[in-house]
Design a protein around this ligand. Structure first.
Ligand code: FES
Length: 59
């Protein structure tokens, strides 16, 4: 059984987690120069957003 979660990090990217380990970070601020991946630009532009679990399931 594998647990998959997509978590919107506070003031940061959408984190794709598999069994509790972050596998990739996807940009949700729109400023990344390496879309769809987060390149840390959210910190430079002062992106603000709440943390939330967007998606979670076990397969
Ligand atoms: S969320 Fe990190 S660069 Fe957009």
């Amino acid at each position: 059984m594998v647990k998959i979660r997509i978590v919107a990090a506070k003031n940061g990217p959408n984190l794709v987690e598999i069994d509790g380990k972050v596998k990739t970070a996807l940009c949700r601020c729109g400023a990344s120069k390496n879309k769809p991946y987060c390149d840390g630009s959210h910190a430079k532009i002062g992106f603000e957003a709440e943390e939330a679990v967007a998606f979670e399931f076990e397969a």
